[in-house]
Design a protein around this ligand. Sequence first.
Ligand SMILES: Nc1nc2c(ncn2[C@@H]2O[C@H](COP(=O)(O)OP(=O)(O)OP(=O)(O)O)[C@@H](O)[C@H]2O)c(=O)[nH]1
Ligand SMILES: [Mg+2]
Length: 199
Amino acid sequence: MKNRELKSAVVLCGGMGRRMGSDKGLLVMDGRTFIEIITDRLLEYFSEVAVVFRDSSQACNYRDLLDSSIRVLTDEVPGVGPLGGIFTALGRISGSAALFLPCDSPLVTLEFLLNMKDAFRVMGDRCDAIVPCRDGLPEPLHSIYSVKIRDHIKGLLAKNERRVRVLLDSIESCRLDAISLDPTLRSFRNFNRPEDLRI
Ligand SMILES: Nc1nc2c(ncn2[C@@H]2O[C@H](COP(=O)(O)OP(=O)(O)OP(=O)(O)O)[C@@H](O)[C@H]2O)c(=O)[nH]1
Ligand SMILES: [Mg+2]
């Protein structure tokens, strides 16, 4: 029988943080960096945790913050945004799919992680992506993607298409109500500008 346990989780961390004015994974909340908060949480429930950086020089800045079990990846196709990070990770993870998270959502809840794992158990072999939706709008960077779509992403990138939403519209995705996955919606809160940090 197919193993339906979702074992891999990936944090996308290769952005430039232009609006924030700094590298967002290194922002601090309650004395810990965002990347530590998120990866510590993921390590509780996933046997494989990876972080995708834009390049090795960025990865160096995080070296002392990551548990030794965390896999450090760098973009195979640099400078093409989150879709490039997803592309890289899907070629490197050991499982058949992974939960992706952005590095700027430190409030992600354990309940959300467990509900996504449950969703994969139930519908993982029926679709290429499992996508939370809020008011009908997808949350593509808090979603599960199958390694099966890697070639498709390659095709999109070859056409210079970088929008994750275009990916979602061209694959078989199962959409779930975000509120049923995290009734607080805190998991989806992200920080883009300095003023967002005043919470
Ligand atoms: N691996 C990888 N991750 C990326 C890339 N671009 C963005 N991300 C990540 O995708 C997530 C969402 O991106 P944004 O919210 O736009 O973050 P950002 O690009 O750092 O910020 P801006 O420069 O202000 O757009 C964040 O976790 C980013 O680190 C990329 O080229 N490669
Ligand atoms: Mg960006």
